[in-house]
Design a protein around this ligand. Sequence first.
Ligand SMILES: Cc1cc2nc3c(=O)[nH]c(=O)nc-3n(C[C@H](O)[C@H](O)[C@H](O)COP(=O)(O)OP(=O)(O)OC[C@H]3O[C@@H](n4cnc5c(N)ncnc54)[C@H](O)[C@@H]3O)c2cc1C
Length: 438
Amino acid sequence: MMRTAARQAFPQYQNRSGWNALLPPREVRDRVPTSRSFASVVIGAGYTGLAAARRLAELEPDREVLIIDSSELGEGSAGRNSGFLSCGPNEPRANRHGTVDEAAARQIRIYKAGLDWLRSLVETHRIDCGWDESAPRLHAAATPAGERRVRASCSKNRRWGIECAEFDRSELTRMVGTDYYRYGYRPESTAYVQPAALVRGLGDTLPAAARLLERTPVLKVEGKGPFTIVTSRGDFKADRVLIANNVHARALGLLRDRMIAIYTYAALTPELDPSELARLGELPQWGVIPGHRMGTTLRKFQNTRFLVRSGDSYEREMPTARVREMLTELYRRRFPQMASHVFEHVWGGVTAITHNGGLYFGQVRPGLYAAAGCNGSGVVRGTIQGKLLAEMACGSQSALLSDRLALEGPNWIPPEPFRSIGVMSSIALEQFQAGLER
Ligand SMILES: Cc1cc2nc3c(=O)[nH]c(=O)nc-3n(C[C@H](O)[C@H](O)[C@H](O)COP(=O)(O)OP(=O)(O)OC[C@H]3O[C@@H](n4cnc5c(N)ncnc54)[C@H](O)[C@@H]3O)c2cc1C
């Protein structure tokens, strides 16, 4: 029987984020403000929403902005991801503003600005999130087909001016402790973070004009300005609304024909002892991005634990027992020599996927703005999209904003039932094609 898409109003997960579980308890900001009227309301406190709220408050310090999240900082996708930060372009496309190479150059300029801004926030506010730009992010292949793809991506990056260092099997084995990978490269301008610590830090250091309200799902946005923001805890009014709740923007009536929800899964080991850590290569921290998009991401985290991320499911989370079994098998396959393959934390998270890889950004109608669709790689992209969206909403102009407006947005996705049939058969086919990259 064919499953139809379940479109929830906000994310609800089976398990806590493993990253968030590693952090000390934090005081959740869930007290409803006495004022119900704000200059702006931002919906969603992930990287996009937090950047938008921060930038609005910087540009308009006398006008209050309320940022609302259905969950708490660290429990959304922003605190569930693998913590890889990258400036690499995502499926650049030619359009009326220029060639593929020009689109790639625009994306690189935008994402580098996002990485620079994030770094400066981490430094200024001393956000203790393990920011690390020295550990290698390796794009590595286990199969001949994967190697062809990874080599092609290395050449493209070089053409676009991104420096890359290449490694063969023996060098990779020394770095990561397994001979599973036959070829890999390391691009410049990448960083690692503990993602829940980063998102908490960003939310807890917002400027005075930005007010955060957690554990409050937004159910509807009504009106044409002023807008009424209907939440589970009463209504708010705002002249301006910025929608930054990623794939759940669909439940607010936006981008239903542009994005789908794909869940992906991660697990963290307990703290490993020195002999086990030594089996994960000589470097204290590293990460591997697979040679196929349905493949497995790995990360040795600050010489303490190991992360495995893999799996894709359409619109629904898979049962935890199945996820644990899948991730354990993928871990064991790469590191049979480890004494144990037990995970302490296993969790899923939702990503917004678009058909052509394009991200949505812009004014939906006067006073209503949205940025969404980060395609599984939204730490840097979401941050810079949120910042630029706030600048656009305030009427600022910049070369970077012009760059962003010149990029292709997401294209049309057919409705159900064709959508489910298409997506589920393509997941099955691609998982098969990924072979040992999984
Ligand atoms: C397992 C996993 C690994 C990943 N690895 C990486 C990685 O290594 N690097 C990378 O860059 N990206 C990675 N990603 C993707 C990345 O997490 C997302 O692209 C990023 O979080 C998107 O940021 P965002 O702010 O646009 O959306 P989100 O982070 O999803 O934030 C949206 C927020 O809106 C809230 N919300 C939703 N609906 C409502 C509502 N109705 N009312 C109020 N609030 C609402 C949610 O609670 C959420 O906090 C990964 C994702 C997963 C799941």
